[in-house]
Ligand binder design. Structure first.
Ligand code: GRF
Length: 186
């Protein structure tokens, strides 16, 4: 199988990045991760790029950053951008100039709880379930077409840490599943 070349954008822990790196080693998994971009020089997740000898780029959120990003995406023939805990909004300009697929994972059942502080808002709500969503990225925050969702039922004693743990565990299934779905018929 000819794998598509992907770039993962991170800002923090990078546990989804780590999971996707492991998955991408499988013969049948449709992508190879060739580049990691972090807009946070202290992001723990950079460690996974280093450990796996994946090229990484640290950007500093200045006006030139987008040009640098686009240059690297082109140079590395990236055909899929995966946002995995990337805490910056991708501009319309970048979306248009890249012109290929961009996907994101969000820790709620979109369209519910778009934006930040998802877990505390879920806890304050009357929802009976929550989960995660993998979706296409558009210039509207957390609003593109949904590719995959996974959910679990909320329990009485759930707290933010517990929701985060359970959601992450679902994300490790949802992201690979969504990526397989993207390329199923190619
Ligand atoms: C995930 O919960 C994801 O849904 C959100 O940011 C978190 C990233 O976690 N967008 P990690 O950096 O992959 O551990």
């Amino acid at each position: 199988m000819v794998k598509k070349i992907a770039c993962v954008f991170i800002s923090g822990t990078g546990s989804n990045l780590n999971n996707l790196i492991k998955k991408s080693r499988e013969y049948n998994f449709p992508i190879k991760i060739k580049l990691v971009i972090s807009n946070n020089i202290h992001a723990y997740g950079i460690k996974y790029a280093k450990l796996n000898s994946i090229k990484y780029l640290l950007i500093n959120n200045t006006r030139n950053s987008e040009q640098r990003i686009l240059r690297e995406l082109k140079k590395n023939k990236i055909s899929l951008i995966i946002l995995a805990g990337y805490m910056k909004i991708i501009s319309k300009n970048l979306i248009n100039l890249f012109g290929k697929k961009i996907i994101n994972i969000h820790p709620s059942l979109l369209p519910k709880f778009k934006g930040l502080n998802t877990f505390s808002r879920v806890l304050e709500s009357n929802e009976v379930k929550t989960g995660c969503t993998v979706h296409f990225v558009t210039d509207k925050l957390d609003s593109g077409k949904i590719i995959t969702q996974k959910f679990f039922y909320l329990k009485k004693n759930d707290n933010v840490a517990e929701l985060k743990r359970k959601t992450h565990n679902l994300e490790y299934l949802a992201f690979p599943e969504a990526i397989i779905k993207l390329y199923r018929n190619t």
